[in-house]
Design a protein around this ligand. Structure first.
Ligand SMILES: [Zn+2]
Ligand SMILES: [Zn+2]
Ligand SMILES: [Zn+2]
Ligand SMILES: [Zn+2]
Length: 305
């Protein structure tokens, strides 16, 4: 055994720290880091995707941000998962300790990646650490479906969503900035938490959607109507709308600012940002024997100067 190199001897003398399978993985990581150095000089899709894999936490699969932790064998872990693994490396079960992986943190800092909404039209390239912040505000990020009360999970840009509402949900589409809409239910006592079909209005070369639904406000059943703007919040603020409902010589009027569909339908409803009608009042407005809900809502949308 005189041929064993002093280096190999050294390895065998500390079997707890470095045993062969993990050693292999450590070497593998080293290779990836070398690739990264090249990718900074010469961008290369294959290399940057392998670096991105390196920056993926093996536990939660999210992108890792400083502090990135590692075990004695070099397995990495995100700071969110570290407290959850009871100080055991999830890859090799060795004690985790408190070692930061500065090399990987620096590699990440040197990366520049395209915004994840590139396919939606964003051409931005961002440093790894500021990419997340950009993406949370990127104007190209898709909108969630504005359709409430269904299992619809569609996302996309506004033209796509408008087509989807029209073709797949058969929503009412109206042109013009004034409207007159009827909401009828033959048994209003069965419609708590009911949502009526959305109506989409097209005016000022924009799209707005009118929601009307019943919900329980504390103990009281109420109806709420509100308008949402199909676009971003900063543009929604350029518009105002009014809603009017009444009957038998009484009427209620609401004037508001349409909310961006970035805010969920539920968020708008739960902030009561719309015309709220008590059920008793709604039945009074409906006339007749209070057995049927028959509300006529008139509205107008205008652009603020
Ligand atoms: Zn994690
Ligand atoms: Zn490990
Ligand atoms: Zn973007
Ligand atoms: Zn849908």
């Amino acid at each position: 055994m005189a041929t064993v190199s002093p280096y190999y001897d050294d390895l065998r003398s500390k079997p707890e720290v470095i045993d062969p399978p993990q050693n292999e993985e450590t070497v593998d990581v080293g290779e990836h880091i070398c690739d990264t150095a090249q990718s900074v000089l010469k961008p290369n899709v294959a290399v940057s995707s392998s670096v991105r894999e390196l920056l993926e936490c093996p536990v939660c699969l999210n992108a890792m941000y400083p502090p990135i932790h590692q075990c004695l064998n070099g397995h990495t872990l995100c700071s969110g998962c570290k407290p959850k693994v009871h100080n055991r490396c999830p890859s090799c079960r060795h004690e985790l300790g408190n070692i930061r992986c500065l090399a990987l943190e620096k590699v990440a800092a040197s990366l520049e990646l395209p915004c994840k909404y590139q396919s939606f039209g964003c051409m931005g390239i961002y440093p790894y650490y500021s990419k997340l912040k950009h993406e949370s505000q990127c104007v190209f990020r898709p909108y969630n479906r504005p359709y409430a009360g269904s299992e619809c999970l569609v996302i996309g840009d506004i033209p796509y969503l408008v087509d989807h509402l029209k073709d797949d949900h058969k929503v009412d589409m109206h042109n013009g900035s004034t409207f007159n809409h009827r909401y009828v239910k033959s048994n209003p006592h069965e419609v708590e938490n009911a949502t009526w079909m959305l109506t989409v209005f097209s005016c000022f070369r924009q799209y707005f959607c009118l929601h009307f639904e019943a919900f329980q406000l504390g103990m009281a059943p109420v109806y709420i109507a509100f308008l949402r703007f199909m676009g971003d919040d900063n543009e929604a603020k350029n518009y105002s709308y009014s809603l009017e409902v009444g009957g038998t010589g009484r009427k209620m009027l609401w004037q508001g600012v349409p909310r961006s569909i970035r805010d969920s339908h539920r968020k708008v409803r739960d902030s009561f940002d719309g015309l709220i009608i008590q059920r008793n009042m709604a039945l009074f407005f409906s006339g007749g024997d209070r057995k049927e809900l028959k509300l006529r809502i008139t509205g107008r949308i205008w652009k603020e100067q």
